[in-house]
Design a protein around this ligand. Structure first.
Ligand code: UT7
Length: 322
């Protein structure tokens, strides 16, 4: 038994912030942002929107696309770094909003890899027969945790949500997933405030905002993603020629291009949404996936390679027959 993607959905807040507008806020330029990152615009959550409200809307659209209802769902997994609250976890909030009761709701914290981690976990539930309809969501409200005076980070991060519905299938489906982590890199990308660290640590002077040594993250990301895609293909005995679409994490067009080059994958077969979405962390891959499915690029029967890398560091990939 395999799990397969029965439907996808996504949600982006209405408000769009352009590079030109950022030029008025910090010492940056549209040209620098476009050439160094590929980002042209990004979506910003409204005051009354949270990670769970965006996740719920993406989930509703995925359920509709899959032709199922919330009553069919027996597992909800939400990857996010920006939960509404420390607890209850965001997945319980999504379940409540959708009217799902008495079903497991897993909130999962793996930075940008949260969605792929969630996919890997839900896949096992479905394959083992423990779930017949799983909702896997990546959702973020990163603009609430960036320092809007720090040009190193505020031009990068953005908000949104994406979701997939997994159902059992005798045919793949998800062919394989690979997930990994290396905690020695914690200081290259992190958010300094946490519950058990306590408020005193925060008062020590660090701003409550995402901290990133971008250049160092960049180098490890490129190296790790190259090894990851090799491992993923080797696990299945497939080659680049067997893959129709690379659906990468959307952090930086230069990281995406480096991964595609390493794979020998022409950019025409790479889904790129970073120009419109910015870096939405755990939401980036399901947003890109849903965008390319709805605009007709990705079609049923095609093989997809998802790959991601983020804080921790964490990373993950999935080979999927859509
Ligand atoms: O989501 C998962 C993990 N995150 C990532 O994968 C992000 C990985 N990193 C990156 O994408 C890139 O490293 C960045 C986009 C963050 C930065 O690009 P870079 O080419 O690595 O630039 P840099 O950090 O080496 O900075 C180059 C210069 C610096 O100026 P000096 O020191 O050379 O004078 C920065 O101060 O660019 C400057 N700079 C900017 N200039 C204009 C940094 N941010 C900006 C900005 N506008 N917004």
């Amino acid at each position: 038994m395999y799990s397969r993607i029965a439907g996808t959905g996504s949600y982006l807040p209405e408000k769009v912030l352009t590079n030109r507008e950022l030029e008025q806020m910090v010492d940056t330029s549209d040209e620098w942002i476009r050439t160094r990152t590929g980002i042209e615009r990004r979506h910003i959550a409204a005051a009354d929107e949270t990670t769970s409200t965006m996740a719920t809307e993406a989930a509703r659209r995925a359920l509709a696309a899959a032709g199922v209802t919330a009553a069919d769902v027996d597992l909800v997994v939400v990857g996010t770094t920006t939960p509404d609250l420390v607890f209850p976890n965001v997945a319980t909030m999504v379940s409540a909003a959708l009217g799902i009761r008495d079903r497991p709701a897993i909130g999962l914290e793996a930075a940008c890899s949260g969605f792929v981690y969630g996919l890997s976990i839900a896949d096992k539930f479905v394959r083992l027969g423990d779930a017949r309809c799983a909702l896997v969501i990546g959702a973020e409200t990163l603009t609430r945790i960036v320092d809007w005076t720090d040009r190193n980070t505020c031009v990068l991060f953005a908000d949104g949500a994406g979701a997939v519905v997994l159902t059992p299938s005798p045919e793949p489906g998800i062919e394989t997933t690979v997930i990994g982590a290396d905690g020695q890199y914690r200081d290259l990308l992190y958010y300094p405030f946490g519950v058990s660290y306590g408020l005193d640590r925060l008062r020590g002077g660090e701003p409550a905002a995402i901290q990133m040594k971008g250049n160092e993250v960049f180098k490890v990301a490129v190296r790790t993603l190259a090894a990851l895609v090799d491992e993923t293909l080797a696990k299945t005995g497939l080659t680049t020629a067997d893959v129709d679409w690379l659906v990468p994490h959307q952090a930086n067009i230069r990281i995406i291009e480096a991964a595609a080059r390493k794979l020998g994958m022409p950019m025409e077969r790479v889904v790129v949404t970073v120009q419109d979405h910015g870096n939405t962390s755990a939401a980036a891959i399901p947003l890109a996936l849903d965008t390319a499915i709805r605009d007709g690029r990705i079609r049923r029967g095609q093989r997809l390679l998802l790959e991601t890398f983020g804080g921790g560091f964490t990373w993950g990939s999935a080979l999927i027959r859509y």
